[in-house]
Design a protein around this ligand. Sequence first.
Ligand SMILES: Nc1ncnc2c1ncn2[C@@H]1O[C@H](COP(=O)(O)OP(=O)(O)O)[C@@H](O)[C@H]1O
Ligand SMILES: [Mg+2]
Length: 263
Amino acid sequence: MISAAPLPEQRDARRVVPNMIAVASGKGGVGKTCLAITLAHALARRGARILLFDGDLGLANVDIQLGLMPRQDLGAVVAGQLPLAAAALAVEAGFDVIAGRSGCGRLAAAPPARIDALANELAETAAGYDHVLVDLGAGLEPTVRRLAAQAGRCFVVTTDEPTALTDAYAFLKVARYDRTASEMAVLVNMATSHCAGEKTYGALLRACEAFLQLSPRLLGVVRRDPRVREAIRCQAALLTRFPTCDAAVDVEAIAASLPAARR
Ligand SMILES: Nc1ncnc2c1ncn2[C@@H]1O[C@H](COP(=O)(O)OP(=O)(O)O)[C@@H](O)[C@H]1O
Ligand SMILES: [Mg+2]
């Protein structure tokens, strides 16, 4: 049974950041991080100023997937040693990254007030960018919900696996209770074909319409592609390493379809 109790801080005058995109899923391992990186890269290639924020606080891996060695990360920000904007690192792919720190208990267990301050600082930092992508952690913990709730758009990633679909539904249910104004869209990853991906989306949509009175749109379908794993194994950006592979082409199409940021 999924509890959809509102966040305790829901009544706060929390700012919604129109140019912030949360990449969420519920379930881990569905491809959030590699899609967030590739989408950031694709948008940057189209000339947009992009910040990718690693919101998987205790199990960060944007830096690992990109082979970065950040000198500054969120650990120092949460410890109060560094302003958030100073932790942004310009990467070769043409966008900025604020890296987390994997295995950092202090980050994973940061108190709500600290997460709130971090989210507020992120909202301010967003003013300097066209889009801020937030790669969220798995699960429905308060930190995930807090970061998702301030994003103007939320992309919910799923695959065709029943567990991924159930968790995507759970995320949408909880997000609906947290704040309904955010634009929700579904991204089907690791699909065997575009047609199969659309069917997966259809199954999720039917459940959302029947039980949540919610109709998230289909953002796009990204096909299963062995090049994704290959790029991650060599810690290279997919669009740099395999710019014409199926998954790269699909993410580029999604980037091209996004309306311009409303800052
Ligand atoms: N389109 C895809 N095709 C094939 N494998 C993929 C695809 N997207 C993601 N993967 C694989 O899924 C794994 C998990 O991806 P990751 O981005 O770490 O997921 P999450 O952030 O949701 O936990 C990666 O190791 C990658 O190899
Ligand atoms: Mg991840």
